[in-house]
Design a protein around this ligand. Structure first.
Ligand code: FAD
Length: 314
């Protein structure tokens, strides 16, 4: 009989979908007779959403302050209190902060980018993606480990059960070194890439900020909008509102033109549901070709101006 502890993630006063996925996964991997406890540092009135858990350790957080230091310490305290066999945390920006903090305090291991967990022998077999999605690592987990689980490993619908789990009120740990100043939402004055029919998306393969202009010309000719992978956003070449992927936006356009994007799992997470994916990459082995409906092995800097001319002339 095993026990799983699930870290509940919230944003702006709502429980994030990843939490429901984790609850579903926790139920499955602990099996019959297993116990699932949820740790929720969140505003009051939400524990009935966690009906898939047997028990909730709840600490009030009326302003939904996000302080990884406090959450990490609180998770470590919960581990001490519950003595779980397995801890499930989302492989999200929040989850990664909290998992590493808690693992160092609890003195246990943590595995990032977990895509699959199955019971095996006295423990679990855990699959995680490494090297930007190029390889899958398998680990046998037989002692306390914090798993940072990717979206898609569980079923959010199955894990979102209304109910009355036993609620035990706890106090969240103090953050000694950090102060919460507020939640800043992204600039909403930019175009909404989730509502476009055609996206021309650029990746690191664009090479230089100055090259974006030729892509914008193509987008204009197609009546499309330019979006991007994370490195382009991190470089400050386009605003954050244009980022597609795990830590950006999930898009579902009719056509997604991926230019110089390798196809890392975090990017695919945001665009794999597009009706038609066309990828252009100089590397014929780029993983983006695994999800593309059409693929072109070509230098985007040569192809894009020629394509723009064709579209303009059509
Ligand atoms: C928690 C977390 C969240 C993340 N969230 C996101 C996210 O939301 N969105 C996201 O995109 N990434 C995200 N990432 C990063 C992700 O792992 C990858 O690092 C990123 O997607 C890679 O971007 P890229 O494909 O543009 O760059 P690279 O992986 O460097 O690929 C560049 C590609 O361009 C090709 N290329 C180079 N020159 C040319 C040329 N002239 N013509 C044609 N092709 C060329 C190369 O062959 C290569 O395939 C996240 C990572 C983590 C850990």
């Amino acid at each position: 009989m095993s026990t799983a502890l699930v870290f509940v993630e919230t944003l702006d006063g709502k429980i994030a979908d990843i939490t429901y996925e984790l609850l579903d996964l926790a139920r499955r991997v602990t099996g019959d007779g297993g116990t699932v406890t949820a740790l929720a540092v969140m505003p009051a009135g939400l524990t009935s959403e966690l009906g898939a858990a047997d028990r909730v350790l709840w600490a009030d957080n009326p302003d939904n302050c996000y302080l990884p230091e406090s959450l990490g310490k609180t998770l470590a305290q919960a581990i001490d209190q519950v003595s779980p066999d397995l801890v499930l945390v989302g492989n999200t920006a929040v989850g990664m902060d909290v998992a590493t903090y808690a693992a160092s305090r609890a003195g246990c291991s943590t595995i990032a980018s977990v895509q699959k967990v199955e019971p095996a022998g006295q423990g679990w077999q855990v699959e995680s993606v490494i090297l930007g999605g190029k390889m899958v690592a398998t680990a046998e987990v037989t002692e306390l480990t914090i798993l940072q689980v990717l979206a898609g490993a569980g079923d959010a619908e199955r894990g979102h059960v209304q109910g009355n789990p036993t609620v035990e009120t706890i106090t969240a740990a103090e953050a000694a070194a950090t102060v919460y100043e507020g939640l800043a939402m992204p600039d909403s004055t930019d175009v909404d890439i989730t509502k476009q029919d055609i996206l021309v998306s650029i990746g690191r393969g664009i090479g230089d900020k100055d090259n974006i202009e030729v892509v914008e010309e193509l987008a204009e000719a197609l009546g499309a909008v330019v979006s991007a992978s994370r490195p382009v956003i991190d470089a400050g070449w386009l605003p954050k509102s244009r980022q597609v992927g795990k830590s950006g936006k999930k898009v579902k356009p009719k056509v997604y033109l991926a230019l110089g994007i390798s196809g890392a799992p975090e990017h695919l997470e945001g665009m794999r549901d597009a009706d038609c994916i066309i990828a252009v990459n100089t590397d014929p082995k780029a993983p983006i070709f695994d999800v593309a409906h059409y693929g072109i092995v070509e230098d985007i800097l040569e192809l894009v101006p020629a394509l723009t001319e064709k579209v303009k002339g059509a």
